[in-house]
Design a binder for this molecule. Structure first.
Ligand SMILES: [Zn+2]
Ligand SMILES: [Zn+2]
Length: 151
């Protein structure tokens, strides 16, 4: 306790200046580094382009807040994970699903009836017995027409 009192009594105003300047310096430095780290992590999650990544990180190191503003304007809209999921959805829709002709909800190719509205969207081919959309004029698997005759 006495040590602290001594310290306070003998304290010189110049020391305050030194300490607060150092405090501000450390504070700014930590913010600076944190911002660079944030930008680095964000850009790695948005693009695989190494040149762009390095450019953006340098921008953040040199210009800091202004670099961040520039980055926020030019960065890709979506993260790689978001784009990956979107691609998956599109592929799933294109490869494995059609839309129900009545309610237009996704309908997996293995379904005969729409689970949402009960519409009979597909019928079994009379020749090969695979499920065929009612809209198709022939069976895409065996080539039979709707009447069951081979083409
Ligand atoms: Zn439906
Ligand atoms: Zn068929």
């Amino acid at each position: 306790m006495n040590e602290i009192l001594d310290y306070l009594i003998n304290f010189q105003p110049n020391d305050w200046m030194g300490i607060s300047l150092r405090g501000i310096f450390v504070y700014v430095f930590v913010l600076w580094v944190a911002l660079v780290i944030w930008v680095a992590r964000d850009v790695v999650g948005r693009t695989k382009n190494l040149v762009f990544q390095v450019f953006v990180i340098l921008l953040a190191i040199v210009l800091n807040v202004f670099g961040l503003l520039i980055y926020l304007i030019i960065r890709p809209q979506k993260t790689l994970i978001e784009r990956y999921h979107e691609d998956l959805e599109h592929k799933a829709l294109a490869e494995n699903e059609e839309l129900c002709p009545k309610c237009e909800k996704p309908l997996p190719l293995v379904f005969q009836f729409c689970p949402h509205c009960g519409e009979e969207a597909r019928q079994h081919c009379k020749k090969c017995h695979k499920l065929v959309s009612k809209n198709w004029s022939i069976c895409p698997y065996c080539g039979a027409s709707k009447t069951g005759k081979a083409k």
